[in-house]
Design a protein around this ligand. Sequence first.
Ligand code: C2E
Ligand code: MG
Ligand code: MG
Ligand code: MG
Length: 282
Amino acid sequence: KMNKKAGIEVDTITTHALVFFKRRQTIEEILKKAIHLRNVDVYFQPIYCVKTGEFRSLEALARLHSAELGFISPGEFIPIAEEKGLIQELGEVLLEVVCQAKKRLRIEGISIDQINVNISPIQIFHDRLMERVLDVSTREQVDCGFLHFELTESVVLDNMDKMKVAMEEFEALGIGFSLDDYGTGYTNISNVIQFPFSCIKLDKTLLYEAERNEDNFIVIQALAQSFRQIGKHVVVEGVETQEQLELAYRMGSNFVQGYYFARPMPLRELVRFYKDNRVRTF
Ligand code: C2E
Ligand code: MG
Ligand code: MG
Ligand code: MG
C-alpha cells in the first residue's frame, strides 16, 4: 500500500516536472520566433511628475502573447530569456521598438523626455549594448539621450567596478539610470550613493508597508526624503488608489507610477491617453 502510494506521488511529481519543462520549452520557442520576426510587444506606462502634473516619462515593458499559451508575464519569460541566452537579442528588439515609439510620439506631437528600459545584468556588460543603442537610435533618427536604464540592486552589487565604468560610458551619451525595485531584498545604501543613479524607484511593497501602519510610513518617508536630500529623484511605484497617491505625496516623492494613473498600454492606446489627458487633472 505504501509503495503504491509512493508510486503515485512520484508519478505526480514527474508529471508536474514534465509540464513545467514543456512550458519552458514552449516559451523559449515563442521567444525565439518573436525575436526572429522582431515582433516583441512593448507596452508603455506613463510616469506622473508631481511638480508639473505631466506625464513626460514612460517605462517600456516587454509583453509576450501566443495563441498556445495566451498572455505570458515578463516575470516568467524574462528569466527564461536570461537562462537561454536570448536576453541580449530580446533587449535589442526592445530598444528598436522603443526608438520607433519615440519617433512616432514626436510625429503625433507628444513630447516625451524619457523612456525607461529595464536592463538585465547580462545586457549591461555586453559590448554590443552600446553599439546597438547607437545603431538603432541613428537608424530611427532619435537622439539616444531620451533613453534611461533601470537596473536592480543585485545587478549593481555583483560587479561594482565594472558597473561604474559601464554606467559612466552610457551617461556620456546622455543616458541616465534608475535604481529599480528599491526596498526588495538586500539593500545597500552605498549603492545609491556611489553609483550615478539619478533616480530611486521605491518598490511597490514599500508603499504597501507604509500603508499598513504609521510607524512604517514614517520610516519610509524618512528614507524617501533622504534620497531627495542627496539629490535623487524618487519614484513611488504601484499606486492604485487615491489614498496611496496621497501617501506618495506625503512621502515627498517627485514621481508616481501606477494603475491609478495608467496601466502599461500599447502605443496606439498611449497616443490616445495623451490626447485625452490634455484636459484631465489629478
Ligand atoms: P518592474 O521594472 O519593477 O516593472 C514594474 C511592474 O509593476 C510592471 O510589471 C508593471 O506592469 C507593474 N505595475 C505598474 N503599476 C502597477 C500598479 O499600480 N500595481 C501593481 N500591482 N503593479 C503595477 P510587469 O510588466 O509584469 O513587469 C514585471 C517585471 O519584469 C519588471 O518589473 C521588470 O523587472 C521585468 N521586465 C519587464 N519588461 C522587461 C524588459 O523589457 N527587460 C527586462 N530585462 N526586464 C523586464
Ligand atoms: Mg522597471
Ligand atoms: Mg520596479
Ligand atoms: Mg520588478
